[in-house]
Design a protein around this ligand. Structure first.
Ligand code: F6R
Length: 366
């Protein structure tokens, strides 16, 4: 049942090229230059005219929402807020009929997310679900939705659910951008083609597993780890840190790279590994200077870079290369080496990777 893999988590990490493909299959028609999503098509005007989009979720699904915030704002020019479902529901949130709420949940059973949906519906918002489990409570409670087609995710640590959630949300943002005219026709086509090329790129980067294993061997006994990223890759830093905490029980924190100087930099010494996502896009030069700041304080630098990178390679102790893609799609690639890093460290430490202590696959308590 693990298909020859030692753990479900590893199997699910390796399933990502197909999971992403299955998620856009029938929806992304790159040659025709269209995106078909029944749940969005049927409500296109309602969603495109939203005053704002409010995304709710927990854990990894919340991180997917954070990535989506950047993508929706960039492509569809709709203001987005992302909230932990558990915080949203216990405040007295300002929601109106002109808001669209997107609830993200792999299991479709998370109690806090469910409660947030009920609250949003009471206030008259239009609620859209992004779930993986067909027929789950959340998929039934939402007014429309789009499934991720990741297939069953058994490992407690979420992997392929995350990348497929980002895939669905990206399709949605592109579709809305096209409808609203906030993305040009040529840009739209370029994005469709780039998205279609992602699974192949994931296949390619999965081949760097050996390098990642060596890095895991070097740092497996660390007590702490920091993850840094900027822009689209800031949420990836949070997700990388969560994966490490969950399955290896090593204390890890994710930060926007530029926030380092406002406090966390005090933690850096020769004992501190710092994982930095430094793809050659957007804020590259800024990230390079963040890396220099860490290096001058003797932190150990593990960097995720774009193939052919020169600058970061000179500074970092270890680099993991990912293929080049459009900036907004880099999270689909940069996330994967961080999943593998956590996986290998946890295995080396003898932890129960698929069923970490104190955690359950679906959290149905509030
Ligand atoms: C992280 C993880 C959890 C879930 C969270 C939400 O690896 O598995 O943080 O992401 O409990 O679960 P769903 O997406 O099922 O609502």
């Amino acid at each position: 049942e693990k298909g020859g893999y030692d753990h479900f988590m590893l199997k699910e990490i390796y399933e990502q090229p197909n999971a992403i493909r299955d998620t856009y299959r029938g929806r992304l028609l790159a040659n025709k230059g269209i995106i078909k999503m029944a749940g969005v098509d049927d409500n296109l005007d309602r969603i495109a005219k939203a005053n704002r989009i409010l995304i709710v979720g927990c854990g990894t699904s919340w991180h997917a929402g954070l990535v989506a915030e950047y993508i929706f704002e960039d492509m569809a020019r709709i203001p987005v807020e992302v909230e932990y479902a558990s915080e949203f529901r216990y405040r007295n949130p300002v929601i109106t009929e002109n808001d669209v709420v997107i609830a993200i949940s792999q299991s479709g059973e998370t109690a806090d997310t469910m409660a947030a949906i009920k609250l949003a519906k009471e206030k008259g918002a239009f609620v859209f679900g992004v779930c993986n489990v067909v027929g789950s409570s959340i998929s039934r409670e939402t007014m429309a939705g789009a499934y991720t087609h990741a297939g069953p995710e058994i490992g407690v640590a979420s992997t392929k659910a995350f990348t497929t959630q980002i895939t669905v949300l990206t399709l949605m943002a592109l579709k809305l951008g096209k409808y609203k005219g906030t993305i040009s026709d040529s840009d739209f086509r370029v994005h469709l083609q780039a998205l279609e090329a992602i699974p192949q790129k994931v296949e390619k980067l999965l081949q760097s597993d050996k390098v990642i294993k060596e890095i895991a061997e070097t740092y497996k006994n660390t007590r702490n780890c920091i993850y840094l990223g900027r822009g689209y890759n800031f949420p990836v830093a949070l997700e990388g840190a969560l994966k490490l905490k969950e399955i290896s029980y090593i204390h890890a924190e994710g930060y926007p790279a530029a926030e380092m100087k406002h406090g966390p930099i005090a933690l850096i010494d020769e004992e501190m590994p710092v994982v930095v996502i430094a793809v050659r896009k957007g804020h590259y030069e800024k990230v390079v200077s963040n890396i220099q700041e860490i290096k001058s304080r003797k932190g150990k630098i593990i960097s995720v870079v774009t193939e052919g990178d020169v600058e970061v390679k000179e500074l970092a102790d270890h680099v993991i290369e990912i293929p080049e893609t459009i900036e907004s799609f880099t999270p689909l690639l940069t996330t994967i080496p961080l999943q593998l890093l956590s996986y290998h460290i946890a295995v080396m430490l003898g932890k129960n990777v698929d069923q970490p202590r104190n955690l359950a696959k679906s959290v149905t308590v509030e």
